[in-house]
Design a protein around this ligand. Structure first.
Ligand SMILES: Cc1cc2nc3c(=O)[nH]c(=O)nc-3n(C[C@H](O)[C@H](O)[C@H](O)COP(=O)(O)O)c2cc1C
Length: 225
C-alpha cells in the first residue's frame, strides 16, 4: 500500500506524535481543524461530544494535579469501559507490540519501570503540545455515541495532518474523570473520554520515531457468499 492521492498520503503519514515544538498554533488554525473534524457523520446527525481547549493556569494546575494523582497511585472509577476484561491474547499481543514500538524508539528497556513511568507521565502534560484538548461526551450516550465521536477524532487527526500539524489521543486522561471535571468546572453529566495533543511535531525527538504496524486485512475482513 503506497498510493499518493491526498487521502492515502494523509492516512499513511499520520502517526501519534508525543513530542512537539513550542511553536504556537494560531487560534484560527485550531478552529479550522476542529470545524473540519466536525464534518464527520453521526447517527441521526446528533454530533455527540465536545472538545475543550485547556490553557494557561488551568492547564498547568490540571497537569500538576494529574501527575500527583498518578504518582500517589490514586484511582477513580472511569466514565466508560475501554479495554476488554480480560484482554484476549490476540489483543494483548497487539498492545505489547505497540508498547515495544514506543519504548524501543525511546531506548527504554522492558524492565525499566522508571523510564516507562517517565514517558507515561508525559500523557498528563499533553506531551507539552501547544494545544491541549479534553474530549467529553454527554452522559447517557451508549457505544453508538462513542463511535460517532471517534469519527470526529480521526477527522481531527487527519485535518490536523493536512495542515502540517500533528496529534496524539490521550486515553490516559480517562483515568481521572472527577479530577478533570473539577478543574474544568464540569458537572457529572460531562463524561471524560480522552485528551488530544495538537501542535507541530518535533522532528528530532526519538519518541516520534515510534512506528506501529497493523494486522493483516484478512484478520478483520472477510467475504461471505
Ligand atoms: C482513543 C485513543 C487513545 C489513546 N491514548 C493514548 C495515550 O493515553 N497515550 C499514548 O501515548 N498514546 C495513546 N494513543 C495512541 C495509540 O497508542 C496509537 O494510536 C497506536 O499505538 C497506533 O499508533 P499510531 O497512532 O502512531 O498509528 C491513543 C490512541 C487512541 C485512538
Amino acid at each position: 500500500m503506497n498510493a499518493t492521492d491526498p487521502f492515502s498520503s494523509l492516512a499513511q503519514e499520520r502517526r501519534s506524535v508525543r513530542a512537539y515544538l513550542p511553536t504556537p498554533v494560531p487560534d484560527d488554525l485550531v478552529r479550522e481543524v476542529l470545524t473540519l473534524a466536525r464534518l464527520a457523520p453521526s447517527g441521526a446527525n446528533l454530533q455527540p461530544g465536545a472538545l475543550i481547549a485547556v490553557q494557561g493556569g488551568v492547564r498547568q494546575q490540571l497537569s500538576d494535579d494529574l501527575l500527583t494523582a498518578f504518582r500517589q497511585g490514586q484511582q477513580e472509577a472511569e466514565d466508560y469501559d475501554y479495554f476488554p476484561k480480560p484482554m484476549p491474547l490476540v489483543l494483548r499481543r497487539r498492545q505489547v507490540a505497540a508498547a515495544q514500538a514506543l519504548y524501543g524508539a525511546l531506548g527504554v528497556a522492558r524492565d525499566d519501570r522508571a523510564g516507562r513511568d517517565a514517558q507515561f507521565e508525559r500523557n498528563f502534560r499533553f506531551f507539552d503540545a501547544p494545544v491541549a484538548l479534553v474530549v467529553t461526551m454527554t452522559q447517557g450516550f451508549g457505544s453508538g455515541g462513542y463511535m460517532d465521536l471517534g469519527m470526529t477524532l480521526y477527522g481531527l487527526m487527519l485535518a490536523a495532518q493536512s495542515k502540517g500539524l500533528a496529534t496524539c489521543a490521550i486515553g490516559a486522561l480517562a483515568s481521572y474523570p472527577n479530577l478533570i471535571r473539577q478543574h474544568l468546572g464540569l458537572d457529572a453529566t460531562s463524561h471524560i473520554v480522552c485528551g488530544m495533543a495538537l501542535g507541530y511535531a518535533d522532528p528530532e525527538a526519538p519518541v516520534n520515531q515510534t512506528q506501529t504496524t497493523r494486522c493483516e486485512l484478512e484478520d478483520y475482513f472477510q467475504q461471505i457468499d
